[in-house]
Design a binder for this molecule. Structure first.
Ligand code: FAD
Length: 429
């Protein structure tokens, strides 16, 4: 196995952007070079504000944005059924509509900026794992009634015949507008578009300190200082404690990915070009790559594990669904950290005058980070107040190590519940 790099880094060389040295003044300083930071900067640039500086601790896409499954799909980590229960109907609809628009914005930006990120337009399949519990059908109905969407259902027979040659699933729901990409190439493409538009981006420039002097914010990096009118914190699961309120509200949660060698038997077992995930809490997520490999991800845990352990765990998961693929050589395996708030909803909005938060996208960030980016950019550029739609899910303390232990226990319980459910449904009546 290739220990040195994950698949994405092995196939997308670093941009090699400069490190900040010396002092500069800017209108907006964005901290974090993942999608949340880059999309905020894009939103500003597209609204005519190019006096923006992005500061990234490592390299563009170093965090979850350069390691993820590559699914560009709608929705938040918090299920839309919960939004409909908790919020007035129109409010829930607006929040979900933002994510549908975000998928389209990602697509349009890939076209507009000619980002070569291997986008595959074949939809996203949500495959029913449990027999006798048609979750896909229930969700289809909810999306139709709650949000006016018409996502097609695929029967068990059609799924096994045309899309996924495994008896494991009991049907699926297709998100027709979803697609998938090489996520690091997408992040790098955003960065290149920003630089072409006059936005300054610095890599290897971690912000170590954030302070306020009068109407200005001051940011300190190891070799530089930035004075800014507005600051946007977009640190994701790789957050360092810059602003206690923001840092305390996020838990870093890991999920794992591996990549096989290319092999023609992959397309025989998985004829669909769609990206696929399933209806369990800790679902598998996978897709065929354009170079003939299988990218397979899954699991959720507080443990950021070694490539060998990740490969062994995921091989076991792959065997349960496609036993004929389980012996394929695994060339890359890695893990990544997602930033989760207690509500599983992103934290989008102002936390102090001209100090903005754009974080907490959990496992649904490739498209959805665009929502925060657009709302914060519109707020800074136009005084738009739509970010207040997210006040219902404002940051709350996540209690550090105790929160992590509680999260792990919850994940174990939810996985155990799925196991019980599966077992009960498979037993003859
Ligand atoms: C393995 C994996 C699979 C996933 N699969 C999917 C998927 O298929 N579809 C989907 O929608 N979502 C997926 N997600 C979630 C998605 O990747 C994230 O929600 C999204 O990338 C979050 O973006 P972000 O910008 O908030 O965080 P990140 O991408 O983590 O970026 C934060 C950046 O901030 C930088 N930073 C931190 N502190 C500082 C500092 N003090 N100074 C400067 N920079 C700093 C970090 O170095 C990092 O680059 C997955 C996540 C993982 C880990």
């Amino acid at each position: 196995m290739n220990q040195a790099k994950d698949y994405y880094r092995a196939t997308a060389p670093s941009l090699g952007l400069p490190t900040l040295r010396g002092e500069l003044a800017t209108k907006v300083a964005v901290i974090g070079g993942g999608y949340a930071g880059l999309c905020t900067a894009l939103g500003l640039m597209e609204r005519g504000i190019a006096e923006v500086t992005v500061l990234e601790a490592k390299e563009i896409g170093f965090g979850a944005s350069g390691r993820n499954g590559g699914f560009v799909f709608a929705g938040y980590s918090r299920p839309e059924s919960r939004l409909l229960k908790e919020l007035p109907r129109e409010h829930a609809r607006r929040l979900f509509r933002y994510t549908l628009d975000a998928v389209e914005t990602v697509r349009q930006r890939i076209r507009r900026y000619r980002i070569a990120c291997e986008a595959i337009e074949a939809g996203v399949l949500w495959a029913d794992w449990f027999p006798g519990a048609p979750l896909a059908r229930a969700r289809q109905r909810l999306l139709a009634e709650g949000f006016g969407l018409d996502w097609p259902l695929i029967s068990q027979e059609a799924l096994a015949r045309e899309h996924l040659r495994t008896p494991r699933y009991f049907g699926a729901l297709l998100e027709p507008n979803g697609f998938h990409v090489h996520p690091l190439k997408l992040a790098q493409g955003y960065a290149q578009a920003l630089r072409a538009g006059g936005v300054a981006i610095y890599e290897r420039s971690p912000v170590l300190e954030l302070s306020c002097r009068g109407r200005e914010y001051l940011l300190t990096t190891p070799e530089g200082r930035v004075q800014a009118e507005h600051v946007v914190l977009a640190l994701g699961g790789y957050s360092r404690p810059l602003l206690a309120r923001a840092h305390r509200a996020l838990l870093p949660i890991a999920t794992y990915v591996m990549c096989t060698q290319p092999d023609p038997i992959i397309a025989q077992a998985i004829p669909t070009a769609a990206a696929v995930y399933d209806t369990r809490f800790a679902f598998d997520y996978y897709r065929r790559l354009p170079d003939g490999r299988l990218l397979w991800g899954g699991r959720i845990s507080i443990l950021d594990r070694s490539p060998e352990t990740v490969a062994a765990l995921l091989r076991r998961d792959l065997r349960r669904v496609f036993p004929e693929l389980a012996e394929l050589p695994i060339e890359y395996a890695w893990s990544g950290l997602m930033g989760y708030g207690r509500s599983q909803m992103p934290h989008i909005g102002a936390v102090a005058p001209r100090l903005w938060l754009n974080q907490g996208y959990g496992g649904h960030g490739v498209a959805t980070t665009t929502v925060g980016g657009e709302l914060i950019a519109a707020a800074i550029a136009e005084g738009d107040e739509r970010w207040r739609d997210f006040e219902a899910y404002a940051p709350r303390p996540a209690y550090g190590v105790l929160g992590l232990i509680a999260a792990e226990l919850r994940y174990l319980w939810l996985q155990f519940r799925d196991w019980l459910r599966e077992r009960a449904m498979r037993e003859p009546a």
